[in-house]
Design a protein around this ligand. Structure first.
Ligand code: COS
Length: 385
């Protein structure tokens, strides 16, 4: 496996690294306090093309490929998670249904607006009774006359409050469900019967909102079934394929956060003096740093390999994607814990970024598929092989 990173990707990574250092990191605390990203920063994201990392060039995106996208998310993982989250739904779960399975007309209509960041997308699968058991969604889709009518509620929807368009999954055949009875729809916020409900209060991820979406006799034209008429009932597979890719990019941003926490911990251990010498000279601290560095190194090799594999095979890497999400997110949480430990009391204070990383990273083991679901997927793939 050759890990040589192509030149066009290293240039992109340099640009994003500079953007993170010069524009995002300095306002990280302000964003945390105000719970919003300033509009001028979003404008810069648009100018850099960051909303279209994963969208084909012919629809206005950068089409970086999976490895390229992961490298960018690794850089974004080094700062406040809300920045990555703002970009993530357009490049990932919000738009991938259209990229993977959309009709030509759907791609032409929606992808250029999403790639430019003019429109924001979100992904509406999860419901109060259907989290890990995604096939159990209760939102219904019924063909009434020439329109589909959606009824139900989604919750925990990232960017739902600012989304112009949502990829929505609903049951059109209760007997078949995941096996031919769930359909994916593109719902615009202006469609009648579509409402934004409660905005959730969370442990972390401030600056990124998570909310409820309500469909009350929401009328959706037939041309907004993802993939068109032949894809009615095939939406569950669209959802699963979309999540596979998100699992790699989630691994990437977790890796970036872990790398940053390692660097912060090394710096702090060098400066902090106790018992007359820097704590970096104590073996207890050295062992933690060594474990952190080793785990970051292992995660990086795994991520780059799986991302390159997806680019080469041009198809899904179901098992590897779940392995990456499981390993990288669990690893980053262990590292956040060690980083807090090395920083001692200061690591628990809001003045230090490790406290924020510790809270924000906790979510990565839950959303876009819990660690337990990743294990289930890996085991099923293993036993199928
Ligand atoms: N890619 C393509 N197709 C897939 C797939 C994938 N990764 N995973 C499943 N499918 C297909 C199956 O092959 C099956 O197709 P057939 O009917 O042709 O056989 C169909 O989808 C149903 O799959 P399955 O029987 O495996 O469905 P289950 O109900 O057993 O659910 C899990 C499977 C648990 C893997 C799924 O519910 C899941 O991923 N849950 C987690 C959801 C999640 O991540 N939520 C996070 C919130 S959204 S941000």
């Amino acid at each position: 496996m050759d890990f040589e990173i192509p030149e066009h990707l290293t240039a992109m990574v340099d640009t994003v690294r500079r953007f993170v250092k010069q524009d995002l990191e300095p306002i990280s605390r302000q964003v945390e306090e105000e719970d919003r990203i300033p509009e001028e920063v979003v404008q810069t994201m648009r100018r850099l093309g960051l909303f279209g990392l994963a969208i084909p060039e012919k629809y206005g995106g950068l089409e970086l490929g999976t490895l390229g996208e992961c490298l960018v998310y690794e850089e974004l993982g080094r700062t406040n998670a809300c920045f990555r989250t703002r970009l993530g739904t357009n490049n990932g779960i919000g738009s991938q249904g259209i990229v993977l399975d959309g009709t030509k007309a759907q791609k032409e209509k929606y992808l250029p607006r999403l790639a430019s960041g003019e429109w924001i997308a979100c992904f509406a699968l999860t419901e109060p009774e259907a989290g890990s058991d995604a096939a159990n969604i209760q939102t219904t889709a019924e063909l009434v006359g020439d329109h589909w009518v959606l009824n139900g509620r989604k919750h925990f929807i990232t960017n739902g409050d600012i989304a112009d368009v949502a990829t929505v999954f609903a049951v059109n055949d209760k007997q078949k469900r995941a096996k031919g009875g769930i359909t994916a729809f593109i719902v615009e916020k202006t469609f009648p019967g579509f409402y934004v409900g409660t905005i959730e209060r969370k442990m972390g991820m401030r600056g990124s909102h998570t909310c409820e979406l309500v469909f009350d006799d929401c009328r959706v034209p037939p041309e907004n079934v993802i993939g068109g008429g032949s894809m009615v009932g095939q939406g569950f597979k669209t959802a699963m394929k979309t999540l596979d890719k998100g699992r790699l990019t989630m691994g990437a941003s977790s890796l970036g956060s872990a790398q940053k926490l390692l660097e912060l911990s090394v710096d702090y251990a060098r400066q902090r003096v106790q018992f007359g010498r820097p704590i970096a000279q104590f073996q207890a601290i050295q062992f933690m740093l060594a474990d952190m560095a080793t785990q970051v190194y292992a995660a990086r090799q795994m991520l780059y390999h799986a991302a390159s594999l997806r680019d080469k095979k041009g198809s899904s890497v179901i098992k590897e994607a779940s392995m990456v999400k499981l390993f990288c997110t669990e690893m980053a949480n262990r590292i956040a814990d060690m980083a807090v430990q090395i920083h001692g009391g200061l690591g628990y204070m809001k003045d230090f970024p490790v406290e924020r990383f510790y809270r924000d990273l906790r979510l990565t083991r839950i959303y876009e598929g819990t660690s337990e679901i990743q294990r289930l997927v890996i085991a099923r793939e293993l036993l199928r092989e």
